[in-house]
Ligand binder design. Structure first.
Ligand code: GRF
Length: 199
């Protein structure tokens, strides 16, 4: 898992693994590019290896080579980004193509990038939500595995909307990770079609 901050999606995945909702899975490593990311402590208190690889001042690919080297030591089947505030270099994507997931707090392709919940409110949409997608070279643009819809309320602030979206993030990230790990999908163009068994 790669993260930069709070780590609530990491915790949700870790709890799903612990509860057997993602069978035969183990979170082998948490990497943060920020030393003070609360997610690191949350990993350590669960006995999960957590490493800081500081990104400050490093050029994108040089940094990604360090992260890829750390991942290669543990050989993950899946790399989950959860609040990881860096765009991956083509080098990184190539090393783990089709094996990187991200969660984004909007119904992509609406509102990619930062502050998606604020963007949704400012645009005036009546429904927003969250998206789990494969990561490719383009920001928030890879094939969509799963989405959940969250209605926008008239009284919403970016914070209140974000909070309700987060509940759905925690639910669908685990479901999507399970489907991908079990190989229960096939890809047709941009479409991720869910199947009943390994394709
Ligand atoms: C989430 O809203 C996620 O969708 C976005 O960044 C936030 C991370 O939250 N990419 P957390 O660190 O998982 O609590």
């Amino acid at each position: 898992m790669l993260l930069s901050g709070r780590g609530s999606n990491f915790v949700a995945l870790a709890e799903s693994v612990a509860a057997g909702r993602i069978p035969n899975a183990e979170i082998v490593l948490v990497v943060s590019n920020r030393e003070n990311a609360p997610g690191l402590e949350r990993a350590r208190e669960r006995g999960i290896a957590a490493r800081v690889i500081p990104s400050k001042g490093l050029e994108r690919e040089a940094y990604d080579r360090m992260v890829v080297a750390a991942l290669e030591e543990v050989k993950p089947e899946l790399v989950c980004l959860a609040g990881y505030m860096r765009l991956l270099s083509p080098y990184f994507v190539e090393q783990f193509r089709g094996k990187i997931l991200n969660i984004h707090p909007s119904l992509l392709p609406a509102f990619p990038g930062l502050e998606a919940q604020r963007q949704a409110l400012e645009h005036g949409v009546k429904f927003s939500g969250c998206t789990v997608h494969f990561v490719d070279e383009t920001l928030d643009a890879g094939a969509i595995v799963m989405q959940a819809v969250v209605p926008v309320r008239d009284a919403d602030t970016p914070e209140s909307l974000a909070e309700r979206i987060l509940d759905e993030e925690h639910r669908i990230y685990s479901e999507a990770a399970r489907i991908v790990l079990e190989g229960r999908y096939r890809i047709e163009g941009r479409r991720v079609i869910l199947t009943s068994g390994k394709a």
